[in-house]
Ligand binder design. Structure first.
Ligand SMILES: CCCCCCCCCCCC(=O)SCCNC(=O)CCNC(=O)[C@H](O)C(C)(C)COP(=O)(O)OP(=O)(O)OC[C@H]1O[C@@H](n2cnc3c(N)ncnc32)[C@H](O)[C@@H]1OP(=O)(O)O
Length: 225
């Protein structure tokens, strides 16, 4: 098979193509869980998908893309399972830091996230809240990895409807930092609430967090403790 990727290809144009591919892959996943076409058609599509998967696999990376600096030195993580625009698994969640250093994301779950009838799987909500709480501690200057995460599911979380997820730092003690967050209806009605303890790995102190190779990720440095 001919591999149509050359070393001279513009990296940003290629990333844009991967973002579009991921968007279409998400639409495909929703089509799969909703389709009612006959078995022969399902089988034919599966065969086409197998061929497409083989084409993409002709040249593989060791692992998905991780933190990197985009245009203008802005850090990004396009391969992330929650926020990665180039990861079909991601919503992708777009997280904004408010002037008060809380974090906020507008989101809408899709049919592929279904758990109980007509609502989102609790583990999917937990994944979103885990990430958002992680963003909140990072925004406060205490980036870390999740130590514990506690959820309270108040009401079924619908898919296909606009929702709002928010989170904020609450306190810090040594390398431990706590945060709280929730997924809510646009009117503020809480559907799922989370609290979490994040631990800053000792190796992150004194440099950009989440960067195993140094501070070039551009992430906020860890705050003095
Ligand atoms: C700009 C872009 C932003 C980007 C922002 C991106 C946000 C991403 C958010 C995603 C977050 C994830 O999913 S992270 C992935 C899921 N989490 C993980 O994979 C973590 C795996 N676990 C580990 O790596 C480790 O166990 C650590 C780092 C958590 C802890 O190891 P350690 O550093 O050796 O910790 P250790 O010295 O034993 O303990 C330090 C202190 O923390 C406490 N401690 C340690 N672990 C725990 C725990 N699980 N639950 C409670 N407490 C704990 C200890 O009791 C101790 O308290 P004391 O005695 O001092 O009082």
């Amino acid at each position: 098979m001919t591999i149509d990727v050359t070393p001279t290809e513009d990296a940003e144009a290629r990333l844009a193509a991967l973002v579009e591919l991921s968007r279409r892959a998400r639409a495909l996943a929703d089509a799969v869980v909703l389709t009612d076409v006959p078995e022969s058609e399902v089988t034919a599509v599966a065969a086409e998908l197998a061929a497409l998967t083989e084409r993409l696999g002709a040249l593989r990376r060791e692992s998905p893309r991780s933190f990197e600096l985009g245009p203008g030195g802005v850090p990004r993580n396009v391969g992330n399972a929650v926020t990665g625009s180039a990861n079909p698994h991601a919503l992708p969640l777009v997280v904004r830091v408010t002037p008060e250093r809380t974090v906020r994301a507008e989101l809408s779950f899709r049919p592929v996230h279904a758990g109980p009838p007509a609502s989102v799987h609790g583990g999917v909500s937990a994944m979103i809240l885990d990430h958002l709480l992680g963003e909140a501690v990072a925004a406060a200057g205490f980036p870390g990895v999740t130590g514990t995460l506690t959820l309270r599911y108040r009401r079924p979380v619908p898919y296909g409807e606009p929702l709002v997820a928010t989170a904020e730092y609450t306190r810090s003690e040594g390398r431990k930092t706590w945060a709280e967050g929730r997924i809510a209806l646009p009117d503020g009605t809480a559907l799922a609430e989370a609290s979490g303890l994040f631990v800053t790995p000792a190796g992150w102190l004194g440099r950009g967090a989440g960067d195993e190779t140094g501070s070039k990720s551009g992430q906020a440095p860890v705050r003095e403790r």
